[in-house]
Design a protein around this ligand. Sequence first.
Ligand code: PLP
Length: 451
Amino acid sequence: MDARPNSPEARDISYHMHGYTNARKHEEAGPLVIEKGDGIYVEDLAGNRYIEAMAGLWSVAVGFSEKRLVDAAVRQMSKLPYYHDFGSKSHSPLIDLAEKLVQMAPVPMSKAYFTNSGSEANDTAMKMIWYRSNAIGQPARKKIISRIRGYHGVTIASASLTGLPNNHISFDLPIANVLHTATPHHWREGLPNESEEQFSSRLADDLEKLILAEGPETIAAFFGEPIMGAGGVIVPPARYWEKIQAVLSKYDILLVADEVICGFGRTGEMFGSQTFGIRPDIMVLSKQISSSYLPISALLINEKMFEPIADESNRIGTFGHGFTGGGHPVAAAVAFENLKLIEERDLVGNARRVGAHMQKRLRELASHPLVGEVRGVGLIAAVELVGDKANKTPWETAGALGGLVNCFMQQNGVISRNMGDAVAFCPPLIITEPQVDEMIDAFERSLEAAA
Ligand code: PLP
């Protein structure tokens, strides 16, 4: 880091508070200031080049230098830089995007509703579900079930849905009406000799017990990511979603698929819901929708959601919800162009083909003494590191090894991310096999350096 008093690093320490950062440690270590992007690479102020193995925050599908998205933004900015969709107002970029998303949905969806971030979208989904419960004359149906280690964002409601301690401790969360059920992580949570399928059955039974204990008539919805991302890239065990959905249908509980990470090709299908046979009532979309060149998110809702909401808004006068920047025309135009690119370049097929190579290369590391589990699908994966392979216990304190390997990765020219001891890989969908090799070779060197 450049420690001169007026360097960007020093000014960052002086003036900028970071999220998801230990503020005191940051004052000592300073930031890594990224200046430029080029394909799957980014470059820092000193000109060091890194593979962005996390696509930023699981989001830059088309890489960091896509001119067509820049052109789409400039075109729209010059024509109509801002408008909104409150009341009867609309604009063409949003109409185009809404139509495209409804047509792309893997299950019949009725409408798209636009917000700015994944958190806002989940918050909105929760409010829509409550509104619907009132509309259908079931006002007691307000409880929402999500999962321990799930991640749904950071607003008061979405942070409550999130099932990670750092998002709750010292924030007085979760709020009332949010309940958490077990993490579908067979390797860590499965009992000795319990098969994946048996584990899935046990988790579905646990869910049913929770529903019965709370009263089925009080449970409105279940929120889940097809693959848990920020909780450590947890891939559900065999038949998990089938068994969970059977319980939800039995008690008429809505299902929200949080596709914020999995959506738009990450798993090698357009949506994670397709990979796991999920039939959601609401899909929450963000990140890869615009490759995060501009912030935008969307909810897709089915008729079961839309019809009662429309009836209720007719009764009370208005659906009292919306964001000034929700469905911003420039972000919508960029998202539309981005989705066209994903289709034209078959990035979903690339995620499947190059993803298979990435998964193979990572699984070759399974016998390494520091590797506990390798998991993933398509172009998303994690390697969970352990100190003691047999007992699956951490090295020194939990997260220490993951953090160390992550530091070595940066020295080896790769920006990765560790969630505790799970080192995650979620590169741009445009990555090639030789680039995957470059990324995993650096990971191997980093593992050796830590060993
Ligand atoms: N849902 C999932 C699955 C996510 O991974 C994230 C962010 O990482 C969110 C929601 C929250 O999105 P945002 O950070 O845009 O609020």
